[in-house]
Design a binder for this molecule. Structure first.
Ligand SMILES: *[C@@H]1O[C@H](CO)[C@@H](O)[C@H](O)[C@H]1NC(C)=O
Ligand SMILES: *[C@@H]1O[C@H](CO)[C@@H](O)[C@H](O)[C@H]1NC(C)=O
Ligand SMILES: *[C@@H]1O[C@H](CO)[C@@H](O)[C@H](O)[C@H]1NC(C)=O
Ligand SMILES: *[C@@H]1O[C@H](CO)[C@@H](O)[C@H](O)[C@H]1NC(C)=O
Ligand SMILES: *[C@@H]1O[C@H](CO)[C@@H](O)[C@H](O)[C@H]1NC(C)=O
Ligand SMILES: *[C@@H]1O[C@H](CO)[C@@H](O)[C@H](O)[C@H]1NC(C)=O
Ligand SMILES: *[C@@H]1O[C@H](CO)[C@@H](O)[C@H](O)[C@H]1NC(C)=O
Length: 461
């Protein structure tokens, strides 16, 4: 079974759920009979089981597979000072599998306690490190609460997370800066982390965007220090649908992602410390689809990364649905499709992944209809024609264990190779080095080595 995907992240695998309730929904005859099952469950991983080189890479951190995956994501932030391993493992041991309240309580509690540690710190370094961790725990406490957009905890704990993060970056040796630029009908918040304290030198600059659910603050811990240590300025941004913009502006995802990225590039062009000839754009997870979209119209990037490669998340989701549900979706009967998904969600054995993935969809696309959400997702597809418009060098990653998108990494590489411009650089990350998960979760140093060593070569061209 493939691992689930999210966090850095998008999440494509939809869990197995019984659709027996459909048979009785308002007396409608739905051709699914009891046996129909939606989508494979996720094997979040297991300990060594006697099979040499088994395809499972990660130890389960919860009996609930989706909880286990998100816990792995939170644990991975420890590599960049965003969390601490035993703090996460202790919280994991206390969380009731599949219980969203339990998840919220543990992480909110941990956030408060680590925030307390920050207030007791005697040095700026101690304070900064504790604030970064408190920020991460607050941020992840509301991860599973997006099903009710009126839940005040979605906003309160996130606000605390932002406050702690902002104070933490002000305590970095070279303080991180906040910036905000305007798009057509929304504001784009971001961070700028300078690689060098002076302004005189224009440096190559990496711009990172996350995906379906992850916050830009995570990216600093995942890749930020890796980038600045190598002499790259590190810039993040969030567009409509992403955590801060969704919360503060109620704005859902838009397919015109160039309208999000171009204002950021305009802003960078006004700075005196950015080498505009050496800009790179990184997209993480669903961002791996968003970044090439942006680069198809915004041509000031020299390189564009898809970590990992993705061309059509809607197709990947439909591929995981049972045929009957896909047929129903394609019949465009929106009200019935919504009814079917709702009734599936009412089933007691519905998996956390399915609950979270669908509710996150409504939240991130600012809609109340599952049909509308999934339809909108289709408008983000990358096509050959669109990739033909990309002038940047393309880099496409794939985690060996991450087969959720059914080989779409190769499809994206093929689009580049057939574009008549430049071949893609394709990077496979092996599971036997722990790098096989989606977005190389937990193996960020290897990801950074592969991606940034390659970028060094592009910058020198
Ligand atoms: C398992 O992986 C190791 C390290 O990559 C390799 O040397 C070995 O041949 C593999 N074993 C099998 C049975 O594939
Ligand atoms: C161990 O896990 C692999 C999947 O990675 C599975 O194919 C195999 O059957 C398992 N072996 C045992 C002894 O459970
Ligand atoms: C360097 O650039 C930043 C951002 O543009 C600016 O806030 C700061 O004042 C500059 N510092 C110097 C010494 O010019
Ligand atoms: C998001 O949805 C709400 C409720 O339908 C609506 O009032 C609001 O205008 C939407 N936000 C945007 C930015 O379109
Ligand atoms: C949608 O499907 C339901 C159940 O088959 C049916 O009753 C309804 O008429 C359909 N609506 C449309 C607009 O086709
Ligand atoms: C390619 O770029 C041109 C110019 O920006 C644009 O008009 C066209 O729609 C783009 N094609 C695709 C398929 O995105
Ligand atoms: C695309 O081209 C690169 C470089 O020539 C090659 O490594 C890769 O295998 C190609 N990918 C596909 C899917 O054709």
């Amino acid at each position: 079974m493939p691992p689930p995907v999210s966090g850095c992240l998008l999440l494509l695998d939809v869990p197995k759920i019984l659709f027996r309730a459909l048979l009785s929904v308002h007396g409608l005859h739905f051709p699914l009979e009891e046996t129909v099952v939606l989508i494979g469950g996720i094997n979040a991983g297991a300990a060594y089981n006697g099979t040499e080189n088994s395809t499972t890479t990660i130890y389960p951190l919860s009996a609930d597979e989706e909880f286990s995956f998100i816990l792995t994501e939170i644990l991975a932030l420890a590599n960049g000072g965003g969390t601490a391993t035993s703090e996460v493992l202790r919280a994991a041991s206390q969380i009731l599998p599949g219980d969203f309240e339990s998840w919220y309580n543990e992480f909110n509690w941990l956030g408060m306690r680590i925030h307390d540690l920050a207030t007791q710190a005697k040095s700026a370094t101690s304070k900064r490190e504790a604030l970064f961790r408190a920020s991460s725990y607050y941020r992840f406490s509301s991860f599973f609460l997006t099903g009710d957009s009126s839940d005040p905890r979605l906003y309160d704990t996130f606000e605390k997370s932002l406050e702690d993060f902002h104070e933490a970056i002000s305590l970095l040796p070279i303080p991180g800066e906040l910036y905000s630029v305007s798009g057509p009908s929304y504001h784009i918040p971001g961070y700028f982390f300078k690689a060098n304290a002076g302004n005189a030198t224009k440096l190559p600059t990496i711009v990172v965007g996350s995906g379906y659910d992850a916050a830009q603050e995570d990216s600093w811990h995942a890749l930020g220090k890796e980038a600045t240590d190598r002499g790259y300025n590190f810039v993040t941004y969030e567009g409509p649908g992403q955590p801060t913009v969704r919360r503060k502006q109620k704005a859902g995802f838009i397919p015109e992602w160039w309208d999000v990225v171009t204002p950021v590039v305009d802003y960078l062009s006004q700075r005196d410390d950015v080498d505009m000839n050496n800009l790179a754009l990184i997209g993480l997870s669903f961002g791996g689809q968003l970044a090439p979209r942006a680069a198809s119209r915004e041509h000031r990037f020299k390189a564009v990364f898809s970590i990992d490669g993705l061309v059509d998340m809607q197709a990947a989701v439909l591929d995981k649905f049972p045929d009957e549900l896909t047929t129903l979706f394609k019949s465009s009967n929106a009200s019935f499709f919504d009814k079917v998904v709702s009734s599936a969600l009412d089933q007691p054995d519905t998996s956390t992944l399915f609950k979270w993935f669908t509710s996150q969809g409504l939240w991130a696309f600012n809609t109340t209809s599952y049909y509308d959400w999934l339809s909108q997702l289709g408008k983000f597809a990358l096509t050959q024609e669109l990739v033909n418009n990309i002038s940047a060098y393309g880099w496409v990653g794939k985690g060996e264990d991450d087969d959720l998108v059914g080989g779409q990494e190769d499809v994206l590489a093929r689009y580049y190779n057939a574009s008549g411009r430049r071949d893609a650089t394709f990077q496979l990350f092996p599971m036997n080095l722990g790098a096989g998960l989606h977005c190389q979760l937990g193996a960020e140093p290897y990801l950074a080595q592969a991606a940034f060593d390659w970028l060094d070569g592009i910058v020198s061209i």
